[in-house]
Design a protein around this ligand. Sequence first.
Ligand SMILES: NC(=O)c1ccc[n+]([C@@H]2O[C@H](COP(=O)([O-])OP(=O)(O)OC[C@H]3O[C@@H](n4cnc5c(N)ncnc54)[C@H](OP(=O)(O)O)[C@@H]3O)[C@@H](O)[C@H]2O)c1
Length: 318
Amino acid sequence: MLLWVLALLIFCGFLWNYKRQLKISDITDKYIFITGCDKGFGNLAARTFDQKGFRVIAACLTESGATALKAETSKRLHTVLLDVTDPENVKRTAQWVKCQVGEKGLWGLINNAGVLGVLAPTDWLTVEHYREPVEVNLFGLINVTLNMLSLVKKARGRIINVSSIGGRLAFGGGGYTPSKYAVEGFNDCLRRDMKAFGVHVSCIEPGWFKTELADPVKTAEKKLALWKHLSPDVKRQYGEGYIEKSLDKMKGTSFENTDLSPVVECMDHALTSLFPKTRYTAGKDAKTFWIPLSHMPAVLQDFLLLKQKVELANPMAV
Ligand SMILES: NC(=O)c1ccc[n+]([C@@H]2O[C@H](COP(=O)([O-])OP(=O)(O)OC[C@H]3O[C@@H](n4cnc5c(N)ncnc54)[C@H](OP(=O)(O)O)[C@@H]3O)[C@@H](O)[C@H]2O)c1
């Protein structure tokens, strides 16, 4: 009996795997739109999908980013300048994309643009520190999606939202984690609302990858700037040695993930599989630590995450 159950499980696993490998037929007539293509994941995605034969519309934040990308890609790829936080810019871009794609509609929308903002203890921050990551990562993503939605519905296409392990587990103070938790919520509502239209919505949760966004030196510099403006009272609670120790920890971060391609492979599967997944995890750290930990009890999460923090000298001095 046990043997039969085992055989059935193996057969189901085989079928599941086979189903995941089935691909859509033609990609050369399909348009995809990617935000944040100047650098990082977005840049690699634009180049990869251009090479594969997709009709890529790559949105860059800067003129120099767009020019550099254009120089490295085929004539098929179009660039457009887009700041996702500028509603007029988003509206105009969506109208322009509509003219480009015509009756075909938009097969893929990859919401990738993002910023980290500051990463620092919550009691060092003001609400202003939360605005930039929330504006870019959340409202920007929502606005681009809403403006492109009718085009994706026309193609019965795919929407791919780049979230983060920070959308599953709060690893540090600042606007990044709240913005990514909210992206996950938006993603899940959108997925259910779009099902009837044949639009698949997927979310990608990368771990820490070596890109400009995650540059530990820049992150440490921003933290130091905050420290310099703290009141003497708060500095006393943290202790004079705190900032050096915590900056050393940050700068000493070694990335497990230097190759960005696992994230683009997730985007690829979400775009080209007949049965895309609802969630993708990319990066060794995400698969072996962050995502498993996100399913654990809060007491264990707190224990492990607090162990990585520098101890405060005098927290009772309030
Ligand atoms: N790297 C990681 O460890 C990691 C982990 C989890 C999730 N992610 C997510 O992955 C996505 C891509 O990040 P990345 O690591 O590839 O970072 P990146 O190299 O800094 O790329 C981010 C891109 O977004 C663009 N951008 C910034 N603000 C924008 C705005 N207002 N409008 C339009 N574009 C804007 C940037 O343009 P400029 O370069 O011109 O500023 C850049 O091209 C983000 O959503 C991020 O949250 C990253």
